[in-house]
Design a protein. Sequence first.
Length: 476
Amino acid sequence: MGRFTPFSDPPAWVAEAVIYQIFPDRFRRSGRVQAQSHLALEPWGSAPTENGFQGGDLYGVVDGLDHLQEMGINCLYLTPIFSSAANHRYHAFDYFQVDPLLGGNAALDALIAAVHARGMRIVLDGVFNHCGRGFWAFHHLAENGSASPYRDWFHVHSWPVRPYPAEGEDCGYDAWWALPDLPKFNHANAAVREYLLAVARHWLERGIDGWRLDVPAEVPADFWLAFRQVVRDVNPDAWIVGEVWGDARAWLGGDYFDGVMNYRLGWSSLCWVAGTALRQTYRNKEYPLNPLNTAELIDIWATTAGWYRPAVNRAQMNLLDSHDVPRALHTLSGNTSALKLALLLLFLQPGAPCVYYGTEAGLAGGPSGKRATGPGPACREAFPWDEPWTANLSPWISELSNLRRGYAALRDGAKQWTAIGDDGLLGSFADLQVLINRSVETSLPIDQTKQVIWSSTGDTDAKDLTPQAACLQRLG
């Protein structure tokens, strides 16, 4: 596009956001959801499983807002909340109904009201590529076969469809990753498009502040053109962020999304701060866990930032981990000092840092095997509200939020990153510089001609930066 407009420019508020990602079933159980009465929920804190429900709900999120605000969080991102037979709810069967186990639509209304009363924002997860096999239109098709008026809502290639095929049997329709429980929508069908766009409009009108879009690259691009138009018509300040793990230039020119989930920044930061302690059992080409030296880290950051114009970099969702990868502390082999540095790197980038729920409590779930292509359910553990925490990083996250809020230059990102020896990283901002030492053994000298205005150790008079520490200095 030759000219950028409010339609194509990302909302400015994202640059000042500090996001907290919540997996609702595992964040907090309020005890106030009538639909949970007399149900066989798993005990809170049970080992996370693929199918079990532990009863976290949206009123529980309301109850946790004081805790989140104390850390400087001002935006929530919730993984899917619509009615579903899966604890992660990426298998929706009704997009206009919040899952009763989460408190239903009334609970979302209460959460939106509570969030907005605090000056915070809320972003929902939109799964518009596929649905669950319990979705009403697919159920109609499964019951009526080719006589169903909804037969063209999906990509059926043989009748009858088999939603529960035997091993080795074809389900008869296109599904996400060929999983029969996730039938793929036919976006060429006008009724499908109207339904999904109505979903987008409905929840924006209900008060949400944006959409995170699941696997958007698997949806025809022209659908997202229409989606963006609907979003901008309802709320020109709403954020549209796509789940694109790598090069997203095709999606961030101003026609489709405002930003993406910037996993490249996350995995590279973890691979650098970990040094030789990096755990590499999880293997994913889009989230490669391989040790990086400082020059390699800087090159990845420069390449990624160089793909996009500044307004887009300020609208990225920057994250270390999520429900789709091992927790950062798992990848860092339990080293909380390294995790603190990784979080610092996250908060020093343009865009919105996103903290995965439970990071502050030292949750460290991830695959237990020697080699895994998925994180397993372990990274979706219950928040330990009533149990001792492995570590308490809440004060650290609060400190980083205060730094980012107090120094505008940090929100704009560094003008230059420079390697200092094997383990040092120097970031030069407009009127500040930050020095980071990832070494677990060796100190780095601090430039005594520049005033230290903040140190991770609390010692602003030190002449050397101790291992796994950082300091901020004023230039001039």
